[in-house]
Design a protein around this ligand. Structure first.
Ligand SMILES: C[S@@+](CC[C@H](N)C(=O)[O-])C[C@H]1O[C@@H](n2cnc3c(N)ncnc32)[C@H](O)[C@@H]1O
Length: 191
């Protein structure tokens, strides 16, 4: 990726593109998460991803991927189905940090009617409280993967959604630094 600076539209903050971003882990999905998807989701299925990066280039090998992306640095990099959605400030969400998320009005319009089998929540970079606030935008019946649930704030997002839907979640990656959690994990049907 280019070592260039981008401007965060809502906060005027410079965002540096990490050159080490061409591998699993770091800011990208881990190899374990990638393998979980390959094992769980039949090839040819459709993924809706919040936040695109190098990991997207791996997923498109087997899946149709629609990527919601706020940063123009990452628009249209790995496929032709990008959904360009700027960030926007929203009212605070009780029990959750942060008040900047995708512009829900634009996202809703772009996603309505879209059919997908798996939702990967891996963006936007700083705060994801908007996912709880605007959850009705998404299909609650698909497999939902929450990356970075080793972080307290991301874990609480997954917890809120699981409580809202009254369903369990499974956390993967025990013993590693980067955990992901899954709601509507098909493995539940096999337990
Ligand atoms: C956690 S990353 C998303 C990673 C993606 N799901 C993957 O597995 O490659 C969240 C956001 O960080 C930004 N981003 C992606 N790659 C980056 C990089 N190499 N350095 C800095 N920011 C990056 C994008 O704006 C993206 O929406």
């Amino acid at each position: 990726m280019n070592d260039v600076l981008d401007i965060d539209i809502t906060k005027d903050k410079e965002v540096k593109v990490n050159k080490g971003g061409r591998s699993f882990g770091f800011g990208n999905i881990t190899e374990e998460l990638y393998e979980y998807i390959c094992k769980t989701l039949p090839y040819g299925s459709t993924i809706l991803e919040l936040g695109s990066g190098w990991g997207t280039s791996q997923l498109v090998k087997h899946y149709t991927v629609h990527s919601v992306e706020h940063s123009k640095l990452f628009w249209d990099r790995y496929h032709t189905n990008y959904i360009h959605v700027p960030l926007k400030q929203h009212k605070a969400v009780k029990n959750h940090d942060g008040d900047v998320w995708y512009d829900a009005k634009i996202l809703r319009r772009a996603v309505v009617g879209l059919k997908y089998d798996l939702l990967l929540i891996d963006g936007p970079p700083v705060t994801r409280a908007g996912f709880v606030k605007y959850f009705d935008i998404f299909n609650p019946h698909v497999i939902m993967i929450f990356d970075d649930v080793n972080r307290k704030k991301d874990n609480s997002i997954m917890n809120s959604i699981a409580s809202k839907l009254e369903v369990p979640y499974i956390t993967y990656g025990a013993g590693t630094e980067k955990l992901f959690g899954v709601i509507n994990d098909p493995i539940w049907g096999e337990l």
